[in-house]
Design a protein around this ligand. Sequence first.
Ligand SMILES: [Ca+2]
Length: 490
Amino acid sequence: MKYLNDFLSNDLSPKNYASNLHYLCKPTPFSWHAFFLVYHFMFRALFFLVVLLCTCFLSLAASSAIEPTSVTPQPNILMIYADDLGYETLQCYDGLDFTTPKLDAMAAEGVRFNRAYASPVCTPSRVSLLTGLYPFRHSHLGVLPVHKGTHQKVDFGKMPTFPQLLRANGYTTSVTGKWQLATLEVWPNHIRNAGFDSWCVWQIWRDGEKTSRHWNPTFNEDGQIREDIQKRFGPDVLVDYVIEQMAEAQAANQPFLIIHNELLPHDPIVETPEDRRLNRQPRLTHMVGYLDQLVGRLLDAVERLGIRDNTYVVFMGDNGTHEVDFDNPKFGQPGERKHTRHTRAGNVNGGKFELNDAGTHVPLIVWGPPSVPAGQVCDDLVDVVDLFPTYCELTNTAIPESLTVDGRSIVPQIHGQTGELRPWVHHAISGKGESLFDGSWRAFSQKDQLWDARQLPAESPAAADDERADSARARLEEAFQTLHQNTLTD
Ligand SMILES: [Ca+2]
């Protein structure tokens, strides 16, 4: 060791270096001094090279073991899932009855899916979102009676969710708003088991009664009832919570998934804070307008936090508009029903609970990183089950091969590219069975019915003597049979 230290402490200052070089260059036949000097140079260079290589190797190994996300970027996901919002309520979908400037701006800066569909009521639609399964496969076709304190629950132990997969992949996961998938008094760990680290949700049932979601809301945050929000408007509380969650995840340098189950514009029709400020009567149009403002607040927060380039914001409705909530000002005129809504393409009748376009056709807008092209409109059919593989692909989360998932990723379309087309979308609701819609024809599992939906929003039973209808009927009937040959088994 002493020998090594002597070598390393050898004076190689420029002055000595020059004199040594001068000595080396001197034309003498042989010098032991010169020989040892060359030896010193070579040994020191070799030693430093070895030290440098070892340092590089160790630091590379350490970074790959501790910080895998620095190698594979994991974008954030914020999904805003509105309650009872048909496509026709947005101006960017050619709706004429509502004012939605923030959502229209979101669509202008992102990708708007023109033909997105979900089942016509909360529970089947939300279970399909979380599990990626068609309703007939997850078997939750009706509203789970959480509002009556049911002991039934959706079993996410048997049916894995994408939040479970993302959480296992390093994401911090949160959920807000409506949780109609189990009674929390009976199943207090249900949300955590569904894949969420934290939550602020409307606890629908408490102490033997149904609670409120709007004013004086009953919210459960991570297992505790919030006692500080009696005078607040529930949807405002949730947006504050989402912004806090995003800020905390950013500060912790951790990717996040947030499913924001927006409570608006589900009835009862109540005053919004804006109605109180303006001293005006509550209306569905005002509730949709307030929802629009809240979406604007969230997008502004994403910009303000500086995370837009790495955050996909997805806005979607869970089912069609509840038509009784809308009073048609033209009611009484020719062709105008009491609850008719209006679009540039025609009048929309019916809605939530119905296996038709008005009950299942919902808005879907994606906004955020520069890879999402501004102002793009995609006409591909999209089913709510498609979000499961889409979120997994966006976040580099592997789906186990053993897992059944009915969805297909729309990541290419989100980035303005051509994606895999699905032949139809599937919906179901208890009492009315299932339907398949291929973009032109709608087939029903009950009564062997077929509707002509080529001129939406108008649709009607197909003509009996139409060859194209016969062909569609045969094709969709075969699709029904193929689907049901592959049902879940416990
Ligand atoms: Ca709903």
